[in-house]
Design a protein around this ligand. Structure first.
Ligand code: NIG
Ligand code: FE
Length: 431
């Protein structure tokens, strides 16, 4: 089972140690770097992470299995706090239409968009969806993600939303941790015939109590935007979710500024996500609140839009910023947190250090898991990645490449990169 593991000869160990709670301001770039570090894991937890001399002198280190990382980097596994994991097939028609110049709303009007995924998810069996989700989870693990949030919201009726949320429950911990979110208010399904208020009423009356009783979701999310749900509908829905004890997350200020970010702060939401159209007033509200600002540059990139979320303004206002993939078939078909970091640094002016903390510790705090994962500190889960680079800034510098050599979840190696034929380094080691 989970025996002890000693990871040694770490050139830069990014511990991200620091005070509990989401990181803001100057703390957002504190990586807690230990040069020549080591990590000892025991029974799936971090027993010690720090200078090699300290960690290796522990009695338990002597009997532990060893991984020598030869001067490379070790950091916490990525916590991807915004994904739509279960969606059926890729939306290639949307993609082609967009390449020909159609925008997101025109594509939806032509039969693409969220409703196209809805029809597919309703039609597919749980087994079929599970197969696809497991393939995606393997890619997440290859890219260094060890925990992810996953939203429903591509089924929208009772039995199929439950099918997806039950699937997420079954996939949890195998091997990645999955935090389930009910995104009932994604679009209004056809059976409500554009009667959005009636759909919200039905969710409040039927779905939220059911999901609460069956414990199928930890969070509830709403897409509040032009062409989606209004601020008033979002308020009603979120207040009902809060009253039942769900944490809440909000898709806000993506295409238009609606006031959803400030509503989220007022309601003490765990996270407000997107924020491409956020204003200074939104940034101020986030700076003063406990709500994490989750930025999703992959969706701006995939939609070929110009306006990325104003990360610097948010950071300067004191907001706790997280980064996530928004993995979904319409606006962000990527599982790669390294790609998200590359975009955040180039297009939103974040530093590599800020992007790393935003992709690990702050993602974990936004999911209520900050005490368990997201940093490498004694007592937390041994969720970590070994990167095939020697300086942490390379994680942002190389793009479209996967720097992950090994992914470790709760002390167990769940992914190990393979070798290429006929290539060796100067010491005869295979590359
Ligand atoms: O986060 N904006 C709403 N929801 C998703 C997109 C969903 C889709 O197009 O399938 C998002 O971008
Ligand atoms: Fe999303």
């Amino acid at each position: 089972m989970n025996s002890s593991l000693l990871i040694r000869n770490i050139g830069q160990l990014l511990t991200l140690r620091g005070p509990a709670g989401p990181r803001r301001g100057a703390h957002l770039s504190e990586l807690g770097i230990v040069r020549n570090g080591a990590v000892l894991t025991c029974e799936g937890k971090i027993a010690s992470a720090g200078p090699a001399a300290e960690v290796e002198s522990l009695a338990a280190s002597r009997s532990a299995r060893e991984i020598d990382v030869q001067g490379r980097i070790v950091m916490p596994g990525f916590v991807d706090s915004h994904t739509h994991l279960v969606f059926g097939p890729p939306r290639l028609m949307d993609f082609e239409m967009r390449l020909e110049g159609a925008d997101y709303h025109a594509i939806a009007a032509a039969g693409g968009g969220i409703r196209a995924s809805m029809s597919a998810v309703r039609a597919l069996s749980a087994d079929r969806l599970a197969l696809q989700a497991r393939r995606h989870l393997a890619e997440f693990a290859r890219c260094g993600t060890t925990t992810l949030e996953a939203k429903s919201g591509y089924a929208l009726d009772e039995s199929n939303e439950c099918k997806v949320l039950e699937l997420l429950r079954d996939l949890d911990g195998k091997p990645l941790d999955i935090v389930p979110t009910y995104l009932g208010a994604h679009v209004t399904p056809p059976e409500f015939d554009a009667r959005c208020d009636n759909y919200i009423d039905w969710i409040i009356r039927r779905m939220l109590p059911l999901l609460s009783e069956q414990r199928l979701a930890r969070f509830v999310d709403v897409y509040c935007d032009r062409g989606a749900f209004t601020l008033q509908q979002a308020r009603r829905y979120l207040e009902a979710a809060c009253a039942l004890g769900f944490g809440v997350r909000v898709h806000a200020e993506q295409f238009a500024n609606t006031g959803a970010a400030r509503l989220a702060c007022e309601l003490g939401a765990a996270s407000v996500d997107h924020l491409e159209q956020a204003t200074e007033a939104d940034a101020d509200a986030l700076g003063k609140s406990s709500t994490v600002a989750t930025l999703l540059p992959g969706s701006v990139f995939h939609l070929s839009l110009e306006r990325y979320a104003p990360a610097r303004m948010l950071i300067e206002a004191g907001a706790a910023v997280a980064l996530a993939t928004d993995f979904n078939p319409g606006t962000s078909p990527t599982v790669s947190m390294p790609m998200v970091i590359a975009l955040a640094c180039r297009r939103m002016g974040m530093t590599a250090g800020q992007a790393i903390v935003a992709s690990t510790a702050n993602g974990a705090y936004s999911l209520g898991l900050g005490g368990r994962t997201g940093t490498l500190e004694a007592g937390k889960d041994a969720d970590l990645v070994l990167l095939d680079v020697e300086d942490y800034r390379e994680l942002a510098y190389w793009f479209g490449m996967n720097p992950v050599l090994t992914t470790i979840k709760r002390g167990r190696v769940i992914y190990q990169r393979g070798f290429v034929s006929d290539l060796e380094d100067g010491d005869g080691r295979r590359l």
